[in-house]
Structure formats: C-alpha cells, structure tokens
Design a protein around this ligand. Structure first.
Ligand code: CA2
Length: 144
C-alpha cells in the first residue's frame, strides 16, 4: 500500500466558508477535504488532511511527513510570508511538495509577495480558489 499524501493547512483556514468569500470562496475546509479525498482515491492514493493555527505544530506535521507521506501539499496561509521554520522543515523533505494558495498573493498587499515557502518546495499553485487544492494534488500525483 502506497503511503498517503499529506495535505496541510495553516492558520485561520479552519474559518473558510464563514468570512471573506469574495477572496477565499464559499467552500469550507471540510468541503475541500472531501474533494481531495475523491481526487486522490481515483488515482489510488489516501490522504491525511490536517489544519493547525500553530506554527510549531505545522513543523511537527512536516517532520512526520518525512517518514509517513509519499508527497506533501501545503497551504501555509499567513506563515507563507513569515516562517523560516516552515522553510527549514520543508527543505528536509525528499518527496514532492507543492505550495498552494486559494487567492493569488502576488495581486494582493505587498507583504504577501514574499514567500519563505516557495524556495523550499517543488512548485507553487495559487489563485484558483478551492481548485488550487485539486491542481496541487494532480501536480504531486504526476510526480509520483
Ligand atoms: O490564498 C491563500 O490560500 C492564503 O494562503 C490564505 C491566507 C493568506 O494569509 C495568504 O496570504 C494566502 C489567509 C487564510 C485566512 O483564511 C481565512 C478564511 C476565512 C476567513 C478569514 C480568513
């Protein structure tokens, strides 16, 4: 049995579907998880889908993925723009890794233009709403 694909979500993404639908869409994180489960299962993979508001917990999840995952997808949310800890953890991975964003940070405030994560992952997908998760998953699966 193949190892699962880890899909990690950073701070405030547990609030998806409740506020700012014009930026982040109307889907809840649970809706996104279900769609990812379906896409992954069609390709023969299981997923482990997690969310945390705590930077250190996300570091622990990435470290767990080193042993337990075949690929990692991450929406680091606001930590994208601040976290050397996530950058360092992601750099230790020997599996495909994809940074994803619902919105297109490059079109937003200037502080969102810097990603500490982009330099540590295989590739980035952003700006497609909830579909960014599907595209990220497909990109990772292609690499497996
Ligand atoms: O577009 C994305 O996916 C982001 O990672 C979302 C982050 C933001 O800091 C990044 O620049 C881009 C914010 C996630 C906050 O999610 C909320 C969801 C509903 C209501 C309020 C916040």
């Amino acid at each position: 049995m193949a190892k699962p694909i880890y899909i990690l979500n950073g701070p405030n993404l547990n609030l998806l579907g409740t506020r700012e639908p014009e930026i982040y869409g109307a889907d809840t994180l649970r809706d996104i998880e279900s769609a990812c489960e379906e896409t992954a299962s069609r390709a023969g993979y299981d997923i482990v889908f997690k969310q945390s508001n705590i930077e250190g917990e996300l570091v622990d999840m990435i470290q767990e993925a080193r042993e337990s995952a075949c690929a990692l997808i991450i929406n680091p949310a606001a930590y994208t723009h601040t976290s050397v800890a996530l950058h360092d953890a992601l750099k230790t991975l020997d599996i495909p890794s994809v940074e994803i964003h619902l919105s297109q940070p490059a079109k937003r405030e200037s502080f969102r233009r810097r990603s500490y994560v982009a330099e540590a992952v295989t590739g980035t997908i952003s700006g497609f709403g909830a579909n960014s998760y599907q595209l990220g998953l497909q990109a990772a699966i292609k690499l497996l």
